[in-house]
Design a protein. Structure first.
Length: 218
């Protein structure tokens, strides 16, 4: 899966000429924590955070008169406060690469830009969670099998072969490491997985349940 296939295309943007008070309203109305800033040609320039906007707004302790505040706010634009250290990815970036980048840098989202630097999309944590649910086949139903296996070449092929011999379809697969243990997660297109569970057990595979990991969270 690539970023360009999952990125958000319809989202709020502002320009350097946008008034800060208007940017604040956009944040509040759309329940956002930041806005991307683009020029008149759609090229990405940076971003402005909720904190930056609040810092730019007059304090309630200010000694300015109301008309003075209104005058200042009618002149203050995003150009004065936006940041340029924006992290970007290309649409052909692998989705897991973007997710790892967000995790390592503790980012809530990434701007997606084209070859000329034009802003073409945005990807955030909500998108990543949606991708996780989709790639693990959660919304397609079926039954989830969790199997502890040896960490060796061909093991996933063998597990898939057992399920195929049962004339069952695999909805999704995933592999994980936990404390040195290799775990394979397979979602099978059946509401009753007992037969395939028995077949896997007969082949020497260990099916695990939450009880096998309970000591990790108790």
């Amino acid at each position: 899966m690539y970023v360009g296939l999952k990125m958000l295309r319809d989202f709020v943007k502002v320009t350097p000429q946008t008034l800060v008070k208007d940017a604040q309203k956009q944040l509040e109305d759309n329940k956002l924590w930041m806005l991307l800033v683009v020029d008149e040609n759609g090229k990405l320039l940076g971003y402005v955070r909720k904190e930056d906007i609040f810092a730019a707004l007059p304090s309630i302790m200010t000694s300015l008169e109301k008309h003075e505040i209104n005058y200042l706010m009618s002149k203050l634009t995003v150009e004065k406060i936006y940041r340029t250290d924006i992290k970007t990815v290309a649409p052909e970036t692998e989705i897991e690469g973007a997710a790892d980048m967000m995790f390592e840098m503790d980012l809530a989202g990434l701007a997606v830009v084209g070859q000329e630097g034009e802003l073409i999309g945005y990807i955030n944590r909500n998108v990543m969670l949606d991708v996780l649910a989709e790639e693990m086949g959660y919304r397609e139903g079926g039954s989830r099998l969790t199997i502890e296996v040896e960490d060796r070449s061909g093991v996933l092929y063998e597990v898939a072969g057992v399920i195929a011999n049962m004339k069952m379809s695999i909805i999704s697969t995933g592999t994980f490491f936990f404390n040195g243990r290799r775990v394979v997660v397979v979602r099978v297109d059946t509401e009753d997985p007992s037969a395939v569970e028995a077949a896997l057990t007969d082949r020497g595979y260990k099916l695990v349940t939450p009880d096998d990991f309970k000591e990790e969270w108790t």
